[in-house]
Write a protein that binds this ligand. Structure first.
Ligand code: CP
Ligand code: NVA
Length: 314
C-alpha cells in the first residue's frame, strides 16, 4: 500500500474529500460534546517543519495531535535549514526513521513534493507558494456548517489568485460549487490550476469563472472570501501590489451586493484596512474565527486519514 500524503486538493476525489470532511465533522462533534477525543493517534508522532511564520497551522496541528493522543514538535527555519544546511532528500529519509508523519510549510511547492518523494512516511502540505490544502479543508468545513453543503453555492474569492485561492477553487469545484475569482489582470490563479478546476467542475456540476469587476462578481454570492494582497515571500513586490489591489477591498459596499445571507471568509492573518475592513471582518456576516477554529478540526480529519485509522463508531 502506498503511503497517504496530503499535498494538494487536486490529488483527491470528491469521495476522498467527503470522507475526510466527515471525519473532521465527527471529531469536532466528539470534541465539543465530550470535551475530548479518543486517542486514535496514540504512539503517532508528527514533525512540523516551518520555513515561514505561522499561528493557525502550527498550533492547530500541535493541538490536534495532542487531542488525539499523539505527539507533535516544531522545527523552525533556523533549526534544519531545509535544502540549505542539508538536502531535502536527506532530511526526508532521516526524519522517516524518527516520526510517523511530516507536516511542512515551504516556499517552493517543489520542495514539498521532494519531501514527499523521499519520505517513507506521509507528508502533509502546511502551505507552499502554490497551494494551501489544509486551509481549504477548514474552509469547506465551515461552509458546510453554515449552509449544509457546498454544492450549488456561489463562492467568490476577491483578490490575489494565490495559494489559498488555488486550494479553495479546487475544493469548491470538486464538491459541486460555483467558484468565481475576481482580481486585477495579471494576478489570476495559475492557468494550470484553473484548467484542473474546469475539469473538476465539469464532473461535479459546478463552474469556474474569472472576472475583473468586483462589484459584478459578488452579485448573488453566498460566500465572499479574501486573503492578503502580499503573501509570505512576496515582500519585494509589496509596493506594486498595494497599488493595484485597493479596488478589490472587501468592504461594506461590496458585501452589500452579495446575497443578504452571504458569509465573509478570510484564512487569516488579515491586513485590516487593506484587503478587508474592520466593520466587515468584525461584522455579523463574518465567520473568520469559526473558520480559524475549524483548522483544528479539519487537521484532525486529515491526520486520521493519512494515518489510515479513520474515526471508528464509538
Ligand atoms: N491561515 C493560516 O494558514 O494561518 P497561519 O499562517 O497562521 O498558519
Ligand atoms: N496567502 C497567504 C496565506 C497565509 C496563511 C500567504 O501565503 O502568506
Amino acid at each position: 500500500m502506498p503511503k497517504r500524503d496530503f499535498l494538494a486538493i487536486a490529488d483527491f476525489s470528491a469521495q476522498d474529500l467527503r470522507r475526510i470532511l466527515d471525519y473532521a465533522h465527527a471529531l469536532k462533534r466528539e470534541w465539543t460534546t465530550t470535551g475530548q477525543n479518543r486517542p486514535l493517534l496514540a504512539n503517532k508522532s508528527l514533525a512540523m517543519i516551518f520555513q515561514k511564520p505561522s499561528l493557525r497551522t502550527r498550533v492547530s496541528f500541535e493541538m490536534a495531535m495532542q487531542h488525539l493522543g499523539g505527539y507533535a514538535f516544531y522545527l523552525g527555519p533556523q533549526e534544519i535549514g531545509l535544502g540549505k544546511r542539508e538536502a531535502i532528500s536527506d532530511i526526508a529519509r532521516v526524519l522517516s526513521g524518527y516520526v510517523s508523519a511530516i507536516m511542512a510549510r515551504v516556499f517552493a511547492h517543489e520542495h514539498i513534493l521532494e519531501l514527499a518523494r523521499w519520505a517513507s512516511v506521509p507528508v502533509i502540505n502546511g502551505l507552499s507558494d502554490y497551494n494551501h490544502p489544509c486551509q481549504a479543508m477548514a474552509d469547506v468545513m465551515t461552509i458546510e456548517e453554515h449552509f449544509g453543503r457546498v454544492q450549488g453555492l456561489k463562492v467568490v474569492f476577491v483578490g490575489d489568485g494565490n495559494n489559498v485561492a488555488v486550494s479553495l477553487m479546487h475544493a469548491v469545484t470538486k464538491l459541486g460549487g460555483h467558484f468565481v475569482w475576481v482580481g486585477p489582470r495579471g494576478y489570476e490563479p495559475p492557468e494550470i490550476a484553473v484548467e484542473q478546476a474546469r475539469v473538476f467542475a465539469a464532473q461535479s456540476g459546478g463552474s469556474v469563472t474569472l472576472m475583473h469587476d468586483p462589484h459584478k462578481a459578488v452579485v448573488d454570492a453566498d460566500v465572499i472570501y479574501t486573503d492578503t494582497w502580499v503573501s509570505m515571500g512576496q515582500e519585494e513586490e509589496a509596493q506594486r501590489r498595494l497599488k493595484v489591489f485597493p479596488p478589490y477591498q472587501v468592504n461594506a459596499a461590496l458585501v452589500a451586493k452579495a446575497k443578504p445571507t452571504a458569509i465573509v471568509m478570510h484564512c487569516l492573518p488579515a491586513h485590516r484596512g487593506y484587503e478587508i475592513t474592520d466593520d466587515v471582518i468584525d461584522g455579523p456576516q463574518s465567520v473568520v474565527f469559526q473558520q480559524a477554529h475549524n483548522r483544528l478540526h479539519a487537521q484532525k480529519g486529515i491526520l486520521v486519514d493519512v494515518f489510515e485509522v479513520g474515526v471508528p463508531t464509538p
